[in-house]
Design a protein around this ligand. Structure first.
Ligand code: ADP
Ligand code: MG
Length: 309
């Protein structure tokens, strides 16, 4: 008898990093993964980084801010913000508030931190990885699943490559060691998995192909899943398209609207094929949801799709 091990899904990893360009649906996918994880009984932390807090609103909950707070049963959230993360990190190392205040509340130091945003990013990522490894007093992990809604990939894969870059460029010492350890966590496929999110449009698709290549070839992080969000499914056949194109006058404006939508659906399909070829990942399709208000019900719908990815 052949026993097939079930393929691990995204939710089987301790850390899922959701990444992609701004506005493609990253926070939606992160919130959906959190719901799907909680449905499986996992204790979930969903962390946003240096962005306007979105996940709580998508789940129709009160905002949590820069300290971990409970969104609902099994789901905690945090909006990691550079100064709060830096403070927490420094307090862990410096231990004493007075020293922290003397060092980090210093105007010169604050200016320095603003000038070296990569350091702030490193500390924010460090905070999240701390919670990935965090244990309860009885030795169980505090969270079964941490979903990281990564900063918009305007700067390519830099956020995830940062530990590697700093590990090799900082002088030997605790910070370089910390960075190396962070990189090891990120490249360990048993712990971490990266999900790319994109839209069926040319810019997001091209950037996703590039981001995937950079992560794979430069950072040594192989994305495991690709979500193609806002997908339009064609509704009519080619012969129906022809009939729509010659619709008589009173119906013509309506027929043109339908044809425009169908053309967009055709593009969705072509971009899906292009992504599959150029990323070697099979896109998980998330349909465009027609709704007046995008809220929890829609995120629940998306969570049914992402749970099997
Ligand atoms: N599948 C979808 N169908 C329709 N609208 C969507 C879909 N996914 C996201 N949206 C809309 O796009 C907005 C931006 O999504 P969000 O997840 O906040 O993007 P990002 O985090 O990448 O900036 C959402 O608030 C929602 O209104
Ligand atoms: Mg977002």
């Amino acid at each position: 008898m052949v026993v097939m091990a079930a393929m691990p899904t995204l939710l089987d990893r301790r850390l899922v990093v959701v990444t992609g360009k701004g506005g493609v649906g990253k926070s939606t996918v992160a919130a959906a993964l959190a719901l799907a994880g909680a449905r499986q009984g996992k204790r979930v932390l969903v962390a946003e980084v240096n962005a306007k807090e979105r996940v709580s609103a998508l789940l129709e909950r009160r905002a949590v801010g820069s300290q971990i707070g409970r969104l609902e049963d099994l789901i905690d959230a945090v909006d990691v913000e550079p100064r709060a993360a830096m403070r927490e990190y420094a307090l862990m190392i410096l231990k004493f508030k007075a020293i922290y205040n003397a060092v980090f509340e210093n105007r010169l130091v604050r200016t320095f931190l603003r000038a070296v945003p990569s350091l702030a990013h490193l500390v924010m990522l460090g905070k999240i990885l701390f919670h990935v490894a965090e244990q309860l007093p009885d030795g169980r992990p505090r969270y079964d699943l941490v979903v990281l809604d990564a900063p918009a990939s305007g700067h390519g894969s830099m956020f995830l490559r940062l530990p590697q870059v700093l590990a090799t460029s900082l002088p030997p010492g605790p910070l370089a060691r910390e960075a190396r350890q962070m990189h090891q966590t990120l490249v360990d496929p048993r712990t971490t998995t990266v999900a790319l999110v994109t839209l069926p449009e040319s810019m997001p698709v091209n950037e996703t192909i590039e981001l995937n290549r950079e992560l794979r070839d430069v950072a040594g992080i192989r994305p495991a899943a690709l979500f193609l969000n806002g997908y339009l499914q064609a509704r009519f056949s080619a012969s129906e398209h022809e009939r729509l194109a010659t619709a008589p006058e009173p119906l013509r404006p309506l027929a043109q609207t339908v044809l425009t939508r169908e053309a967009r659906a055709g593009r969705s399909e072509r971009w899906a094929r292009r992504l599959a070829v150029d990323t070697e990942l099979s896109p998980n399709i998330i349909p465009f949801l027609f709704t007046r208000r995008f809220g929890r019900a829609q995120v629940e719908q998306v969570s049914r799709i992402v749970e099997s990815a």
